[in-house]
Design a protein around this ligand. Sequence first.
Ligand SMILES: NC(=O)C1=CN([C@@H]2O[C@H](COP(=O)(O)OP(=O)(O)OC[C@H]3O[C@@H](n4cnc5c(N)ncnc54)[C@H](OP(=O)(O)O)[C@@H]3O)[C@@H](O)[C@H]2O)C=CC1
Ligand SMILES: O=C(O)C1=N[C@H](C(=O)O)C[C@H](O)C1
Length: 239
Amino acid sequence: MKIALLGYGRMGKAIEEIAMNRGHEIVLKVSEDIATYELDKLEIDVAIDFSIPSAAYKNITTCFENGIPVVSGTTGWLDDYEKAKKICDKNNSGFIYASNFSLGVNVFFELNKKLADMMKGLEDYTVEIEEIHHMQKLDSPSGTAISLAQQIIEKNSKLKGWQLDHADSDEIPIFAKRIKDVPGTHTVTYDSTIDKIEIIHSAKSRQGFALGAVVAAEYLKDKTGVFTMKDVLSSLFEN
Ligand SMILES: NC(=O)C1=CN([C@@H]2O[C@H](COP(=O)(O)OP(=O)(O)OC[C@H]3O[C@@H](n4cnc5c(N)ncnc54)[C@H](OP(=O)(O)O)[C@@H]3O)[C@@H](O)[C@H]2O)C=CC1
Ligand SMILES: O=C(O)C1=N[C@H](C(=O)O)C[C@H](O)C1
């Protein structure tokens, strides 16, 4: 498969290594706006976007307009996600966005939903989320922490939203810490005067995110429509 990398930073480089080990070819690596590139000459099968919040939407939609499906892991641009999906559909292209591509985190998401369902009636407990990442991370809170909060809110009608660092009683507080070299740690805590329940996912490297993104690209090749990591993982478990 011919892959274009939109963003060639920490994740772009980790994806390049895994994609090449899986027999794919990297035909384009960009760290700037792709509008000036002659994309049609490169026969790109899938573009993989791990860039920066302010660049993602424009690059992703430029790909759709050039008939190139996109796997995107860039966080912090999701106010434009619905618009991007419409442009994908209009151009009959393919799209997978995930706040976190690692298999472990996607299992953690399912655990989070199950736990939220069990805890929703237990009013003695308060819930909070903590995320820890390396110092270079641009967005806060992490996309993964926002996904975790949204999953809990969907299960518990008493919770109306989330806030960074503090929250009203009907909101989930998300605490974001930045510590040197941490690839990504997420903790969901339910606390009462009697006890505390915690679920934690700690990434040991970027390998899991990168592998998930390449597997998602393999799934998306030759497909049209908007998909999620749940679709990708279901297809793996079917086989
Ligand atoms: N969904 C997931 O599983 C994961 C998501 N992420 C997310 O992926 C994103 C990238 O993370 P990471 O690789 O660590 O970040 P880096 O800062 O290492 O990489 C970002 C890259 O984007 C480049 N860039 C800057 N402007 C543009 C542009 N206009 N078009 C294309 N590329 C551009 C930067 O170039 P330059 O350095 O020259 O400015 C840099 O190479 C973040 O949003 C992060 O949160 C990260 C890990 C996992
Ligand atoms: O910026 C990162 O590094 C990461 N970003 C993603 C996020 O914001 O959730 C995923 C992962 O935690 C690493």
